[in-house]
Design a protein around this ligand. Structure first.
Ligand code: UT7
Length: 332
């Protein structure tokens, strides 16, 4: 029997309409469009403003878009993984809520928390269920309402993040396409540089934690920046060497979109020119787990069957990794 590979066979997405511009942020904190563009490379980010709407609402819209585009019935889905660090609630899993909202009833589902590496860790997980022959259709949905954990009085974090969701369908293929390999890593020591201080079992939410704004994301930007540049580039270079792929063989590098300078440094280290790199940070900012599938969604029409694609991510944890895949279809 031919080897079964796990292939991405469709991409869907949902982005909230509201655009939070650098001009608006400059009225909220002491910053400027010039600083944000120079140091980060973000012009605007989408924000989910509607009262009572959460991560699962964006995730469900992305999944609906995916199912419609791929002509998949919700009943056919075997498993749904939701990559998120902004679940609707601590329990139950947002994946279950998304499955409910999209009428996926013959499946099981769970959340995967790997911050900005959430999509690639989910893709590695889905790959095992497909390659083993156990499942035929796995949905991965990366959805984040980052605005729910950002302190809009903190200029060091509020320009960086945006809301959004994207979903992919993963199916078996016996052709020479799909996920070839992945390398994933964690270093829990990195948690000190990027975390949320309160609201977990270590420091349950209280009046005082809220007063101290400890329910918001805390980041030591420079330490994270340094680790992101070296780790993301190292692991992407490692997977290229392992598979004897030169920079000319790579059709697209799809890096996590945290900072334009990190994206450029990663591409440089891999010897990849900027025109081979998917970049949409300017219009969506850092949507954490959703950045990589949102890139695939934005660039879908330019992708060709057999294209060599390298995904690379780095995030809180620290978590990081790289996936090598061959694109499975031509978009009409
Ligand atoms: O996706 C998860 C992973 N996260 C990341 O990859 C983020 C990685 N880190 C970064 O992207 C960058 O470190 C930041 C964009 C967060 C910050 O850029 P930086 O070049 O590392 O700046 P810095 O933290 O070294 O700060 C330099 C100066 C400081 O002022 P002083 O102390 O030199 O007077 C900051 O207070 O820039 C100041 N600063 C700002 N100034 C204007 C920080 N944020 C802002 C701002 N506007 N928004």
């Amino acid at each position: 029997m031919a080897n079964i590979r796990a292939a991405i066979t469709g991409v869907g997405a949902y982005l909230p309409e509201y655009r939070l511009t650098n001009e608006e942020i400059s009225k909220m904190v002491d910053t400027s469009d010039e600083w944000i563009m120079q140091r980060i490379g973000i012009k605007e980010r989408r924000i989910l403003k509607e009262e009572g709407k959460a991560t699962s609402d964006m995730g469900a819209r992305a999944v609906e878009n995916l199912l419609e585009k791929t002509g998949t019935s919700p009943d056919e889905v075997d498993m749904l993984i939701c990559a998120t660090i902004t679940p609707d609630m601590n329990l139950p899993a947002t994946a279950n809520i998304i499955a409910h909202k999209t009428n996926i009833h013959n499946a099981w589902s769970f959340d995967l928390n790997a911050a900005c590496s959430g999509f690639i860790f989910s893709l590695s997980t889905a790959t095992q269920f497909i390659e083993s022959g156990r499942y035929k259709k796995v949905v991965i949905v990366a959805a984040e309402k980052m605005s729910s954990i950002i302190n809009y009085e903190d200029r060091t974090t509020c320009p960086l993040f945006g809301d959004g969701a994207a979903a992919v369908l993963v199916e078996p293929s016996t052709e020479d396409v799909g996920v070839i390999d992945y390398i994933n890593r964690v270093d829990g020591l990195g948690r000190h540089h990027l975390h949320i201080k309160a609201g977990g079992s270590l420091k349950p939410a209280s009046e005082e934690t809220v007063k101290n704004k400890e329910h918001y994301l805390y980041q030591e930007g420079q330490a994270v920046f340094k680790a992101a540049v070296s780790s993301m580039a190292d692991v992407a270079a490692e997977i290229m060497e392992k598979h004897n792929i030169s920079s000319e063989d790579v059709a697209w590098l799809v890096p996590h979109q945290a900072n334009m300078r990190i994206i450029e440094a990663t591409a440089r280290r891999m010897g990849i020119s900027k025109k081979q790199v998917m970049i949409n940070i300017r219009k969506y900012g850092n949507t954490t787990a959703a950045t990589i599938p949102l890139c695939l969604w934005d660039y879908e029409k330019q992708l060709k069957k057999g294209d060599n694609i390298i995904l690379a991510a780095f995030g809180a944890g620290f978590t990081w990794g790289s996936t090598y895949l061959k694109w499975a279809y031509d978009s009409e």
